[in-house]
Design a protein around this ligand. Structure first.
Ligand SMILES: [Zn+2]
Length: 632
């Protein structure tokens, strides 16, 4: 390959490619729908290595062809399916593969910068409404809202807050936090509204910005909205794929993935809604082909955007999540049932129907077509009430139409925020009040995928969305005594459980008894009792003097402090003093013992007799009857 002939033909080749490139560019700029076969495929690749095409593919048995293509990771636009055709969005690579496999298709539209489309739409109109905002304008809008409503809104740089990696093109991810006392981290349930994992779905930031406007402008005047903003911490993330969003505006309006470049393949982008851990490596996971529009990435949560969402969610433990996409006008719920089961599947289904009606989508719902998606991971990881909403009927409708869609679905946002959390509450240390990270298990309900119900770290807050039934919930914290509660849940339940948990109680040590081990009956002696409770609890003592008399749980006394108790034995003999201790939780120690001898002294007993006579004639009689018996 090192001869001059080859070099010459190489140079010619380059010249031809440049010529073809110029021709192809001018053809596409004319906006024609052109049959693919009119072009040399290599020149298309050279002309627009990052272009996408909306193609219309025709075939017999089109539905099964489309299903096969979708299974291979092709981006099938199911709403366009007819008896003999379906639309797909393909990149150059996929385009060439389809062509090589002999499929029949035509180009409906070739990607171009969205800015250009927007400019054309606005041209010649006197009263142009403000159109779609680009990334900088969206952030400006969020900042302006935060400045206008400083007590309600806060712009949060999530990448900086969680110390995660910026995106491939070095951008940070932002949220607008909306709540009363927004600057404080309050003990309130959290709601995540996230848009634009897929950057061409530009209706979805419009929906997020519309919601921001409603929450802020109606606060204080609309009691319903005011109550929600007071009760929740609401996090709105209008653009989760900022690199892609910029690319849509400036280069390719059909782009879906992020802009991560993989030099080993010369490919761009990971489908950010296929990169989450749940189901990533299962049969429902996204494509393994780096050129596919649904490429799931080289590893679980490989993308900075995913890592930031994970850190953000692990901190906030969102009670509710809505992930906006387009298009389709339907609500997606749960996992793919044939791959992953969930005990609350039918409950998820009926909730999705309600949300769909509230959005004006007529109850239209479906299970997702893939796994590794954000909302599925939120269900799995934090037991969130999480769904995905496919909005509108196209990716880039007129701005007025996008705005109308946002207004239409707004009631569904209010509805899902008002949807009661079946059971919620806080788990904390009973003695210090400190919030605890607890796991919650539901007796008799098995989560075969290992779903977690963990309290969030700041307030020990938990949330459980449960289908109507009676449940036994057990709260467990390492180092604490597990605690169970029985709750009966209905669709309207908003049960609040207070869960103060205790460290396991340790029993006090067996008491040590000190004092004279021999002496005379009838003489009072002082004995010392002491024990230590490992938890430092106060203690009580039970003392059996061995002569049929007892001290019945005297106390409380401080742990480790000596307790003095006097006793006398009336009769000579051998005795064993036994003492046990218990703490304030009624945990009893073993017995401590002390053996003593009380030989009778007659001289002493006569002195004693006199004293007893003065005090108690009946005891005197008893004493003498016993003494007489001894000498008889
Ligand atoms: Zn999407």
């Amino acid at each position: 390959m090192k001869n001059n002939g080859w070099r010459k033909s190489f140079v010619w080749c380059i010249l031809v490619i440049i010529l073809m490139l110029t021709l192809v560019t001018s053809f596409f700029a004319a906006g024609d729908t052109i049959s693919l076969n009119a072009y040399d495929k290599d020149s298309i690749h050279a002309a627009a290595s990052d272009s996408s095409y909306l193609i219309r593919l025709t075939a017999l048995h089109i539905e099964s062809v489309a299903a096969d293509l979708a299974a291979c990771g092709y981006d099938v636009q199911w709403l366009t399916l007819t008896d003999d055709s379906v639309d797909l969005i393909v990149n150059d690579h996929e385009y060439r593969v389809l062509e090589g496999q002999g499929y029949t298709f035509s180009i409906v539209e070739k990607s171009r910068p969205f800015r250009e489309i927007q400019a054309e739409l606005s041209e010649g109109l006197d009263d142009v409404p403000p159109g779609y905002l680009d990334l900088a304008e969206i952030y400006d809008e969020m900042n302006t809202t935060a400045t206008t409503y400083p007590l309600l809104c806060q712009m949060v740089d999530l990448t900086a807050t969680y110390g995660t990696e910026p995106t491939y093109e070095n951008r940070h991810l932002y949220a607008l936090k909306i709540s009363d006392n927004v600057c404080a981290d309050e003990d309130e349930p959290t709601f995540l509204m996230v848009s634009c994992h897929h950057c061409r779905e530009i209706v979805t930031p419009v929906i997020a910005l519309y919601a921001i406007e409603q929450f802020t402008t109606q606060y204080g005047s609309n009691p319903q909205v005011t109550a929600l903003v007071d009760a929740y911490e609401i996090w709105v993330c209008p653009v989760w794929n900022p690199d892609g969003y910029e690319y849509v505006f400036n280069v390719n309006n059909m782009w879906r993935k992020n802009r991560h470049y993989f030099s080993q393949y010369s490919s761009y982008g990971v489908d950010l809604n296929r990169n989450y851990p749940f189901g990533w490596d299962g049969p429902g996971g996204g494509s393994t082909d780096p050129f596919s529009d649904t490429y799931k990435g080289p590893s679980i949560a490989s993308e900075a955007e995913t890592q930031t969402m994970i850190a953000f969610s692990d901190d906030q433990h969102f009670a509710k999540v809505m992930d906006y996409h387009s298009y389709g006008r339907e609500v997606l719920y749960g996992y793919i049932p044939s791959y992953h089961s969930h005990p609350f599947y039918s409950f998820f289904q009926s909730e999705a129907v309600s949300i769909s009606y509230q959005a004006g989508y007529g109850g239209s719902i479906r299970v997702p077509s893939a796994e590794g998606e954000n909302f599925q991971w939120q269900i799995f990881r934090n037991g969130s009430y999480a769904n995905l909403m496919e909005t509108h009927t196209s990716f880039q409708p007129t701005y007025a139409s996008a705005l109308a869609e946002a207004a239409q679905i707004w009631p569904s946002t209010v509805w899902l925020l008002e949807r009661p959390i079946s059971v919620s509450g806080n788990v904390y240390d009973a003695s210090t009040g400190a919030a605890l990270t607890a796991s919650v298990t539901i007796e008799g309900v098995s989560f075969v995928n290992g779903e977690c119900f963990i309290t969030e770290p700041s307030f020990g807050r938990f949330h459980l969305f449960l289908p109507p039934a009676t449940y036994t919930l057990t709260f467990e914290v390492p180092g604490y005594v597990p605690q169970s509660h029985q709750v009966t849940v209905t669709l309207e339940s908003a049960e609040i459980l207070d869960v103060p948990v205790h460290v396991p109680n340790e029993t006090p040590l067996a008491p040590t008894i000190t004092g004279p081990t021999s002496g005379n009956a009838g003489t009072t002696y002082k004995y010392t009792f002491v024990t230590t409770d490992p938890d430092g609890d106060d203690v009580y003592y039970y003392i059996d003097w061995g002569d049929g008399t007892y001290e019945d749980w005297i106390g409380p006394y401080l742990s480790g402090h000596q307790v003095f108790v006097n006793h006398k034995w009336d009769e000579k003999g051998s005795y064993t003093i036994q003492a046990k201790a218990k703490d304030t939780h009624n945990a009893e120690s073993g017995w401590g013992t002390l053996d003593i001898e009380m030989p009778l002294s007659s001289e002493h007993s006569l002195r004693l007799q006199t004293r007893i006579h003065q005090q108690s004639p009946s005891i005197e009689q008893l004493f003498f009857s016993r003494v007489l018996r001894m000498f008889m």
